[in-house]
Design a protein around this ligand. Structure first.
Ligand code: ZN
Length: 260
């Protein structure tokens, strides 16, 4: 009886610590200035992203075995980052092509590891369209959308603190378990509608700043609408907001950034 009460007390304390942690861990976004609830520092986001990238890639058949394709995507991504506002972020961006030829998808890990599947890449006809996909994903990283989602999930599952353990002792059993959990969370992550629209807006801005044709992002939306006729709702082709709704907002963003 006493034992049970003891455990309840401990559970309550853990829950309180999680809740207090969630509400007090507010950080200012280094690029947008927005106040956000995130548990990880940008350095921790980079470390977690780098550590979990191989497992994440393995979920999509590993890296596509063609150095030319990898190099092309890396160079488009780096041009977007280096010639735009994204260069002011503390993240280390890298871009990878995944071997999966069936899942039309692209996604970003917190900290700057960005992936595009071969299935999506081969549907794109121009470098500008590739830049549209990568620019949108860079937007998720700069907007710290995953870190925000993770903060909410950690509040729910009491995972707070595990990241610190994992990072302070990489390679330990604790660390591997945390990374496995992290990859599972990332695979199931759904961004909100506002996050998608914000990333589209950032994507257009980075394209304009880096000298890519932002109209190509509209073509990407058409490609995604066509591809979503199949199954699997990928991150990028997220049905809410619908591609049509997103296209209206993208047109507004093109007008806004092209004038500057
Ligand atoms: Zn997205």
């Amino acid at each position: 009886m006493r034992n049970r009460l003891g455990r309840i007390v401990i559970a309550v304390i853990i829950a309180l610590v999680s809740v207090v942690g969630y509400w007090t861990k507010t950080q200012e976004n280094p690029v947008t200035g927005e106040k956000q609830r995130v548990n990880l520092t940008p350095e921790q986001e980079v470390a977690m992203g780098l550590q979990s990238a191989p497992q994440m890639a393995a979920e999509f058949g590993g890296l596509y075995q063609d150095p030319k394709a990898q190099q092309l995507v890396k160079s488009i991504g780096q041009r977007l980052v280096q010639s735009s506002d994204a260069a002011r972020s503390p993240y280390r961006f890298d871009f990878h092509v995944l071997a999966d030829e069936r899942t039309v998808n692209a996604f970003a890990l917190p900290g700057g590891q960005i992936f595009i599947t071969m299935a999506l890449l081969k549907r794109l006809k121009t470098e500008d369209e590739v830049a549209g996909v990568l620019g949108h994903e860079i937007g998720h990283v700069v907007g710290r959308h995953s870190a925000e989602q993770m903060a909410t999930q950690e509040l729910m599952s009491g995972l707070a603190g595990a990241a610190t353990i994992a990072l302070s002792d990489p390679g330990s059993a604790n660390s591997s378990a945390y990374i496995a959990q992290y990859v599972a969370n990332m695979l199931n992550m759904k961004y909100g509608r506002e996050d998608e629209l914000e990333s589209d807006d950032f994507g257009v801005k980075y394209m304009v700043q880096a000298g890519y044709n932002p109209e190509a992002l509209l073509q990407v939306m058409r490609v995604l609408a066509e591809a979503s006729g199949g199954n699997a709702p990928p991150e990028f082709a997220s049905t809410h907001p619908s591609p049509g709704n997103r296209m209206e907002k993208i047109k507004i963003a093109i007008g806004k950034y092209s004038k500057q």
